[in-house]
Design a protein around this ligand. Structure first.
Ligand SMILES: NC(=O)c1ccc[n+]([C@@H]2O[C@H](COP(=O)([O-])OP(=O)(O)OC[C@H]3O[C@@H](n4cnc5c(N)ncnc54)[C@H](O)[C@@H]3O)[C@@H](O)[C@H]2O)c1
Length: 252
């Protein structure tokens, strides 16, 4: 199951949370991983941890075309091929009603998730071949909505439209493109969001969110990584254009 040996995966936001958990799992299964992110120190730590034979990294802002093009070039120079792309970089934006939501934050959230994923597709698709797989990390709120997250939910829905166009365009070349939709996943990113939304302490906010999830708990980053592995490998060879919820039942 989950055969990925010898393949090369480029992972944005690969230095922490879900991206790092995915890099660890793919590398443990014999893939080589190129991490792309903003935090040089964390990227360097991941590089040391995963090993220089299996891992390389680029510091890049996914919202900048030059950065993305250079990062893709780095991956190709280092590993000579590209098989899997995980568009995972993300930011939460503000928690505020639409009338109070700052316009610049709204634009920035769309820039990172939507323009960032567009640029990643634009500069990686030409280098993928038959069997290639692109996974875009949307969210449960790419399928549903909650109050006060207009920037984030809009961006996560927009990633679905982008995925569908890319899946249509790439299918003829045997390349698959899918979105995943995690529910609340235990990362510092999510803990900060939950505290802001609830106004409670970290632990109390965590419990409030546990109670909202039908399976009664947050996902671990490793559980989301196993879904990434599934979509990256030939186990999912006939799945493209899919929106795969990994949310403990939140979209039921
Ligand atoms: N944690 C959750 O509950 C949850 C649920 C659903 C979806 N997601 C999505 O999963 C993804 C990863 O989130 P996480 O929880 O692991 O958080 P995280 O903060 O640990 O990871 C986000 C990563 O994105 C990188 N990043 C941010 N802006 C960037 C930019 N402009 N260019 C390059 N890299 C950038 C950060 O450096 C960081 O490594 C995000 O897209 C998030 O929206 C998270």
């Amino acid at each position: 199951m989950g055969r990925i040996e010898g393949r090369v995966a480029l992972i944005t936001g690969g230095e922490s949370g879900i991206g790092l958990a995915s890099a660890r799992l793919l590398a443990a299964r014999g893939a080589r991983v190129h991490l792309v992110g903003m935090n040089r120190e964390a990227l360097g730590a991941a590089w040391e941890e995963l090993g220089r034979e299996r891992c390389a990294f680029s510091v890049a802002d996914v919202n900048c075309a030059e950065h993305v093009r250079a990062a893709v070039g780095d991956a190709l120079d280092r590993f000579g091929r590209l098989d899997v792309v995980f568009s995972n970089a993300g930011i939460a934006g503000d928690i505020a009603s639409i009338e109070d939501y700052p316009e610049d934050v709204f634009r920035r959230v769309l820039d990172v998730h939507v323009v960032g994923t567009f640029l990643l597709l634009k500069y990686t698709l030409p280098h993928l071949g038959p069997g290639g797989s692109v996974i875009i990390n949307s969210s449960v709120v790419g399928l549903t909505a909650e109050p006060a997250i207009s920037g984030y939910a809009t961006a996560k829905h927009a990633q679905v439209g982008l995925m569908r166009v890319a899946a249509r365009e790439a299918a003829a070349r045997g390349i698959r493109v899918n979105t995943i939709h995690p529910g609340p996943t235990d990362t510092p990113f999510q803990r900060a969001v939950e505290q802001t939304i609830t106004g409670l302490s970290e632990e109390m906010a965590f419990e409030v969110f546990d109670a909202m999830i039908p399976l009664g708990r947050h996902a671990t980053p490793e559980e989301i990584a196993r879904t990434v592995l599934f979509l990256a490998s030939d186990d999912s060879a006939f799945i493209t254009g899919a929106t795969l919820a990994v949310d403990g039942g939140m979209t039921i």
